[in-house]
Design a protein around this ligand. Sequence first.
Ligand code: 8X3
Length: 256
Amino acid sequence: MHEVTDTPDSAAPSRPLAVVTGASAGIGEAIATRLAGEGFRLLLGARREDRIRQLAARLGAEARVLDVADESSVAAFCAGIDRLEVLVNNAGGARGLDRLADARSETWRWMWEVNVLGLMQMTRALLPALEASGRGHIVNVSSTAGFEVYEGGSGYTSAKHAVHAISRTLRLELAGRPIRVTEVSPGMVETDFSLNRFVGDAGRAADVYRGVTPLTAADIADVVAFAVTRPAHVNLDEIVVRPVQQASAYKLVRHG
Ligand code: 8X3
């Protein structure tokens, strides 16, 4: 069951509510911090209870433990949310950089469950609340891997291609209803993404960013904040954001 660390601010019921998944670190934490600054009430979800509680306490938000890949966890997290302005589907990640010939089913399963099924389950559960607010907004934090491919990346790129397909499909299915769908696709961002991909191999993770000024989590939060603060009739469908030194998955100019 979830743990509530704070009660949403009942004194200000008109403040819009935002749910952020994967909020305990990196881009999710930065988005949560930024949206709090923009005046949103926040309900934060993540698997790591201690970290999500600390962040929620810092932001005056509510936190609930959430594993987006687990249907019962999603149901417990979403219970009682009957009106929601913003859902940020941020939970996700990559595991490994194995070529298909060496693909490990368990890492593929994890990537598809978190990046794809998790996003579907959260969205399906919260669509009624998003519609009920009269100004719902789904922000899918995807990746340039949603439309590019690279060797060794097919487990992750195929999952993010699915996020791209889901975002486009949702826009068709929701047309005419008061729910926006924005897909944000970052290129290289320095977070613990690579450390997680390489299962704690700090040297290999650091090498990813060698000679590059990568994007920061705050850069992505900035973009998300911009998207969700546009007038309700304006939908930013797709936003691609990369470091200046990165032109594509295969064109990265390292300095030094
Ligand atoms: C991360 C971007 O290029 O490592 O989403 O797949 S990449």
